[in-house]
Write a protein that binds this ligand. Structure first.
Ligand code: ZN
Length: 128
């Protein structure tokens, strides 16, 4: 996964999440830091045996894999791509888009992070 500029993220993050429900803020934070409860991270912290995606053999389940490339979520991703076009394939865009609606819908529809985050509420109102 490409490293994002930490300082830029830090600055924009406070503004970005000002209108976010709390759970959405922690979801965003965990995705940005690579600490989302996906197998690569769970393996790193010793919670599970394998870092691999539950749906793909021998491919680590990273944030990038989950959001951008895992074929298991292609229906959910199709909706994301319809809404965002090529930007749906940019991690930096997805995790800095003030209108988090599309990403949240994708994550809710995938059900993948439900154990930790439940149904993630949408932002009350996207910031201007
Ligand atoms: Zn996969």
């Amino acid at each position: 996964m490409n490293r994002l500029d930490p300082e830029l993220l830090q600055r924009s993050f406070v503004k970005l999440t000002a209108t976010f429900p709390k759970r959405l803020t922690s979801l965003y934070m965990s995705l940005r830091m690579g600490h989302a409860p996906l197998n690569k991270h769970l393996h790193r912290i010793g919670k599970i045996e394998s870092p691999h995606c539950p749906h793909c053999q021998r491919i680590e389940e990273t944030v990038h894999h989950f959001l951008i490339s895992c074929p298991f979520y292609q229906c959910e991703r199709h909706i994301l791509v319809n809404a965002l076009g090529r930007k749906a394939f940019s991690i930096s865009y997805l995790l800095t888009d003030p209108n988090a609606t599309h990403l949240v819908r994708y994550i809710n529809a995938s059900g993948r992070l439900k154990t930790t985050f439940g149904e993630v509420l949408l932002p009350r109102k996207p910031p201007d």
